[in-house]
Design a protein around this ligand. Structure first.
Ligand code: AHR
Length: 314
């Protein structure tokens, strides 16, 4: 009797799981996004949302307003909802291990997009789809060293403290600058990847260093565009009196290169939707997934901006 009851419960449980699956044969995917701090971020969100729509995926979207605690809350919600997979763009590199362990126990694949995490066990996530941020920093440094002929004072507006692109873009850039004894990074401060903070930081740099500044290296275009405004308001000519180099390659940066106020941007492609859902579908189907997918980027400056601006997709 007991055995029969147990078998009955199993059968009902099995049926209800099967019927839930049948009722929603759509894949359910949770996407924990950092926020909407930059034009790049908005383009990434759009790419992931539109690709989900194209593939008939039920996407649960959560905007963390640049706070890790909000991302962890969103991940717990996805876990409770038993989504089929999770896409995570982690705001910072550390502090993910406990939640990723819970998700792993529930056998939900985690696809990291754009930024990486530092964990002791790489099996806590399925794959990372991102640009090589160190290489982007090197490309910006090389372009600037050539432009300044190996001489000059640079101020650096960094991204969000603890974020992979802030850490890596600083490292890659510094590696190149160190090779030029007459080039110096005289000030560095975070502008949190936003235009408003980029402007604020540049105003402070101008106050402290004034005409000593030869160039600005901003970790993203939005902060560079904020810095350009600050330079103009200080009565100087961005792009001439102060050289401005940044990273991302968003359309407003191309416009600024065409009008002469931005000198160079290193592209960082945000259109990650197709690659992210290829990985989601493969992981859910139990197929092998490459651990790291590197997105390749290139440098654009004022010499090329006019020719390519019309083809920019973000
Ligand atoms: O992680 C990618 C970076 O995050 C982009 O460079 C920046 O614009 C964004 O906020």
């Amino acid at each position: 009797m007991r055995m029969k009851l147990f078998a009955g419960i199993l059968l009902v449980a099995g049926l209800s799981a099967a019927s839930t699956f049948a009722a929603s044969s759509k894949l359910v995917v949770g996407f924990s996004q950092i926020g909407a701090e930059s034009g790049w971020r908005t383009a990434e969100t759009e790419s992931i949302q539109s690709e989900a729509k194209k593939r008939g995926i039920d996407l649960r979207f959560s905007d963390a307003q640049q706070k890790q605690e909000n991302q962890i809350k969103a991940l717990r919600t996805f876990l409770a909802q038993r989504v089929n997979a999770i896409i995570l763009a982690p705001v910072v590199e550390t502090g993910w291990e406990p939640i990723l362990r819970e998700i792993k126990r529930a056998r939900i694949p985690v696809i990291l997009v754009d930024r990486g995490v530092k964990v002791s066990d790489p099996s806590l996530y399925t794959t990372l789809i991102a640009s090589d941020f160190v290489q982007e920093g090197r490309m910006a440094g090389e372009w600037l060293a050539k432009k300044l002929d190996g001489k000059g004072n640079i101020v650096e507006i960094q991204g969000t403290a603890g974020a992979a692109p802030a850490n890596d873009r600083r490292t890659g850039f510094a590696e190149i600058i160190q090779k030029h004894p007459e080039m110096k990074i005289i000030k560095s401060q975070s502008g949190d990847f936003t235009r408003a903070k980029g402007k604020e930081v540049m105003e402070a740099f101008l106050k402290a260093e004034g005409k000593k500044i030869n160039a600005v290296y901003a970790h993203n275009d939005d902060m560079a565009l904020g810095a350009i405004q600050a330079i103009q308001e200080a009565g100087l000519k961005p792009g001439k009196d102060i050289i401005v180099v940044s990273i991302d390659g968003i359309k407003p940066a191309f416009e600024a290169m065409v009008d002469g106020s931005l000198n160079c941007t290193v592209e960082c492609n945000p259109l990650l939707g197709p690659a992210a859902f290829d990985a989601v579908e493969a992981a859910v189907a139990g197929k092998p997934v490459q651990k790291k997918v590197i997105v390749h980027d290139q440098v654009y400056d004022q010499a090329t901006a006019k020719d390519v601006i019309g083809q920019r997709k973000y």
